[in-house]
Design a protein around this ligand. Structure first.
Ligand SMILES: Nc1nc2c(ncn2[C@@H]2O[C@H](COP(=O)(O)OP(=O)(O)OP(=O)(O)O)[C@@H](O)[C@H]2O)c(=O)[nH]1
Ligand SMILES: [Mg+2]
Length: 437
């Protein structure tokens, strides 16, 4: 397929489909301002300063028909998002207006922008690296506070800077090894491979350790509530949600099918899943509910295992306990047992709910440091893993072979920033963008 041409004028609607207060059509490329001037009635775009708005009318040059009153924003390359001359037409947010304006631009010679093509141009023109371009996509797609925060860190080169610093260290080590191999008689000190490799490896491992948190911040997590009938699962779901989503009764076996509800804890998007109480039963409907509950627990990122503290503790079911948080429910009632392994809550009084939220947050995000970039992109994780493996190879190898491994690690790191990557990689990254971004 190949990458699209960089220099022609592209145009697209940048605002989402449907009606809105304002709609934006974006234009970028060599000659884009001249092209826009042909449908603009008002102060000429070529006389406008970059970054300034002007008010005027959009006119179909063939029929002279006025399409809308609008604002025109002009950017001059290289001081623009794409690095090229660009313009934005801010019209009324009507699909009919936007379609007509776009159609007119096409008739004047612009071509429809492909998904992500504005950002692609920004990347190819050196306005941002590939990791930043991917952060743009993550930011547009972010639906939670945690995702937004992380994407913004990526956009402002949070990851790029760390990768660049890491590469810098490895480059100078490589240069040192090279000098030592080329001029052994010059008395260049033998490369101290280990001393430089150790911190570089630690940095990579540190970044990789943030990946589970990064994934959860971006994609969210699934939390299953399981336990015996009447343990208080549906009540806890409702208490966490703050509204009565699930049916609660004193009859054991009330919930028979599972039930999902979205919620956000400390900015992290979660889906909480209430399930049927675990017990042996003759009822086929309930039986199948119990099977589902166990299945859901297996697939969940985190399990809350609930046990009623006012009743004798039932024998524990088979669960992936390393992913399970134990919760003692009905803490407002007299206790039949008590265990330090269990977090006490009462859905009725709200006791322990805040602590439970904190534990959930802690279990999901682990030790991932707040205020730091978390690696959330699969492509980045994969490249970091390769870099890690190559540096580990280098650690045990003689100098000349170590040099080769370090070079391969450097290549892997460069891929994150999009240096010397294949068109296929670039296409894959931009395929997921929306048109107009
Ligand atoms: N005192 C007290 N009662 C509670 C609390 N949480 C739940 N209950 C009561 O315990 C009973 C069972 O609650 P549910 O939330 O339906 O329990 P469940 O685990 O969903 O039960 P099944 O759907 O049958 O598996 C109801 O009568 C609730 O009112 C609590 O924190 N304190
Ligand atoms: Mg229930």
């Amino acid at each position: 397929m190949g990458l699209p041409s960089l220099n022609d004028v592209i145009a697209a609607i940048a605002t989402p489909p449907g009606k809105g207060a304002v709609g934006i059509v974006r234009v970028s490329g060599n000659g884009s301002l001249e092209l826009v001037s042909r449908l603009w009635q008002g102060k000429s775009p070529s006389r406008l300063r970059g970054g300034r708005f002007t008010y005027g009318k959009i006119r179909d040059p063939r029929t002279q028909e006025i399409l809308d009153e609008a604002l025109l924003l002009v950017f001059r390359g290289p001081h623009s998002y794409t690095g090229q001359d660009s313009a934005e037409l801010h019209t009324h947010g009507s699909p009919a207006v936007l379609r007509r304006v776009l159609q007119t631009l096409f008739e004047l010679g612009a071509r429809p922008a492909q998904p992500g093509e504005f950002t692609l141009r920004a990347y190819l023109n050196g306005k941002m690296d590939l990791a930043q371009a991917e952060a743009v996509l993550s930011l547009v797609e972010s639906e939670s506070e945690a995702a937004r925060r992380q994407a913004l860190r990526g956009l402002s080169a949070g990851l790029s800077r760390r990768i660049a610093a890491l590469s810098e260290q490895l480059f100078s080590l490589l240069a040192h090894i090279q000098a030592w191999l080329d001029y052994p008689e010059e008395g260049v000190e033998p490369a101290r491979i280990h001393e430089t490799l150790e911190p570089a490896l630690r940095e990579i491992q540190h970044l990789l350790a943030t990946a589970p948190a990064g994934r959860i911040a971006q994609k969210g997590a699934r939390i299953a509530l399981v336990g015996a009938p009447n343990a208080g699962k549906s009540s806890l779901l409702n208490a966490l949600l703050g509204y009565e989503r699930a049916i609660v009764t004193p009859i054991p076996g009330t919930t028979r099918d599972y039930l999902e509800a979205p919620l956000e804890i400390a900015g992290v998007p979660l889906v909480a899943i209430d399930t049927a109480g675990l017990r042996e039963t003759e009822d086929v409907v309930e039986q199948s509910g119990v099977e589902r509950a166990l299945q859901i627990a297996q697939e969940a990122d985190l399990i809350l295992y609930l046990a009623d503290q006012s009743q004798p503790l039932p024998p524990p079911p088979a669960l992936p306990w390393e992913r399970t948080l134990k919760v003692a429910t009905k803490a407002d009632l007299p206790a039949a047992w008590s265990s330090a392994e269990y977090l006490e809550v009462s859905s009725q009084t709200g006791l322990g709910l805040e602590a439970l939220r904190q534990h959930i947050h802690q279990r999901l995000l682990g030790e991932a440091p707040e205020g730091e970039i978390w690696v959330s992109n699969e492509r980045h994780v994969e490249a970091l893993r390769r870099a890690e493996a190559h540096l580990q190879e280098a650690q045990g190898a003689p100098e000349d072979l170590a040099g080769v491994s370090i070079e391969m690690a450097l290549d892997a790191l460069a891929e994150i920033l999009g240096k010397d990557v294949s068109e296929e990689v670039i296409e894959r990254v931009f395929r997921n963008f929306c048109v107009g971004k």
